[in-house]
Design a binder for this molecule. Structure first.
Ligand code: MTE
Length: 337
């Protein structure tokens, strides 16, 4: 993957909400989590609640999304003591190669992506295959907020408040057969709307594909996200439906999903197919296994710049070892990177 020094235009000083705000917000969240019998919290629609994300640009949420928000509860808040990344950085420093390879390209070019109507196919080794309009696909699920670290294989990281639901809930609905061992996710293929897919120079054999082993997908931390920062996903972040697996490098978090297949064989995934010596299928965040071209021991937490690089040590499994390490017991994570 390309590593680029962020342009100063990607994040102006004035766009960054003061950290003090986020620290006080973290305390509020900490208090909510401390009482984690998680009673319902105030409606997401009320003004005080919306003020939690003051720098967020308003979206144009479809009605099904807005209707689901009042039932949102604070879920597993697992980025303890962290500062939430300003919305501006999370939405203007992106990887979404369908819209270009520069970090600012997805925000600049993804307006052409039409996310309504949207349908999702569920197929393969399932008792209940089908093609669903997104609003029908979403009906069974309770939305939750999950504040997770996002660590890119390129050694930058963010902290993002996602809105989504556990993949385990989807698997319960679709009833995988005994032959299902992996779950494969596929992004929309639409060269008209996605300039990267029209480019003759693209390394990627579209559509972008990612996958998980079934036990990974069943882990409660693995979610399908439909929103972030209290609103629906912006296009550049993978609207209207994306994967979030916080203990893995960001490239596993496939965006704008149109097909979810339960399969018996390990799927051929995009970056592994391009360079299997650099990007593995598991892609667990691991500070002890370097990328062949750079160290993975440290990361730049965004916002980061020349005078304040904001470098920190990378944590094993991105800090989620208590929740996920047992999945990999007995595996050699140097070999299965
Ligand atoms: N999904 C698709 N379809 N296309 C992509 O290029 N990039 C991946 C992942 N999902 C990518 C994708 C990479 S490399 C990362 S780091 C994350 O999306 C970035 O997510 P973000 O832009 O929301 O931070």
């Amino acid at each position: 993957m390309l590593i680029k020094i962020p342009k100063t235009s990607d994040c102006r000083e004035s766009d960054v909400t003061p950290e003090s705000f986020y620290f006080s917000r973290r305390q509020m969240l900490g208090a909510s989590v401390a009482g984690l019998a998680i009673g319902s919290l105030p409606s997401w629609a009320d003004a005080a609640d919306m003020a939690r994300y003051p720098d967020v640009e308003p979206g144009k949420a479809p009605s099904w999304f807005a209707e689901k928000l009042p039932t949102t509860q604070w879920g597993a808040v697992t980025a303890k003591g962290e500062t939430i990344t300003p919305f501006k950085d999370a939405t203007h420093y992106n990887n979404f190669y369908e819209f270009g390879t520069d970090k600012g390209d997805p925000a600049a070019n993804s307006g052409s992506l039409k996310t309504e109507p949207w349908s999702v196919v569920v197929d393969g080794e399932v008792g209940k295959p089908g093609r669903y309009a997104l609003e029908d696909f979403m009906k069974p699920y309770q939305l939750e907020e999950r504040i997770y670290r996002l660590r890119c294989v390129e050694a930058w990281s963010m902290v993002i408040p996602w809105i989504g639901f556990p993949i385990s809930a989807l698997l319960k609905q679709v009833e995988p057969t005994s032959k299902a061992k992996f779950i494969r996710f596929e992004t929309l293929q639409d060269p008209k709307a996605m300039p990267g897919q029209r480019s003759g120079f693209a390394l990627i054999d579209w559509p972008y594909v990612e996958g998980l082993r079934l036990d990974e997908a069943m882990n409660p931390l693995a979610i399908l996200a439909v929103g972030m920062y209290g609103r629906e996903l912006p296009n550049q972040n993978g609207a209207p439906l994306r994967l979030v697996v916080p203990w893995k490098y960001g490239f596993k978090s496939v965006k704008s999903i149109v097909r979810i297949s339960l399969v018996s064989e390990q799927p051929k995934t995009t970056w592994q197919s391009i360079a299997s010596d650099e990007y593995g299928f598991y892609a667990n965040v691991n500070p002890t296994v370097d990328h062949p071209r750079w160290t993975q021991a440290r990361e730049r937490r965004l916002p980061s710049g020349l005078f304040s690089p904001n470098v920190r040590d990378t944590l094993m499994f991105n800090g989620y070892g208590d929740e996920v390490a047992s999945i990999y017991a007995g595996m050699d994570l140097r070999k299965d990177y």
